[in-house]
Design a protein around this ligand. Structure first.
Ligand code: FES
Length: 121
């Protein structure tokens, strides 16, 4: 029997074809959105919520990586984050972190593995 905290996101193969994707979620019953992406071959997910002014990272343009592809960048004011840790590297929010969401890959499918997370669509 499959673990009830697992919520299917997509086949891992689908993530390889895009820079990132978002999923509408609730987290502890609060509506939110999740960023999901592969970085150096590993899947990562964060709540799509910049701590600077509480906007989604892709709010101004359809992108969450900078031109190097090595750092996340909020499209609102350009704050930079480490894709592996979610840690902000811009002075105003230095050291603060995007909220990570646990993932699990099983048989080529990627799942959220968060007890208090539900998919909206
Ligand atoms: S809201 Fe993200 S950098 Fe300002």
């Amino acid at each position: 029997m499959q673990d009830s905290k697992l919520k299917a996101i997509c086949p891992l193969e689908d993530l390889r074809a895009v820079s990132y994707l978002t999923r509408r979620i609730t987290l502890k019953n609060q509506p939110s959105s999740a960023l999901v992406f592969l970085f150096e071959g590993q899947p990562y997910s964060y709540v799509n919520h910049c701590m600077h002014m509480h906007r989604p990272l892709n709010c101004e343009q359809d992108a969450v990586f900078d031109e190097t592809g090595k750092r996340l960048r909020c499209s609102m004011h350009g704050f930079i984050f480490d894709p592996k840790t979610g840690e902000c590297q811009s002075p105003v929010c230095l050291g603060q972190r995007l909220q990570p969401l646990r993932l699990q890959a099983i048989d080529g499918t990627l799942y959220f593995a968060e007890k208090h997370l539900a998919l909206i669509d």
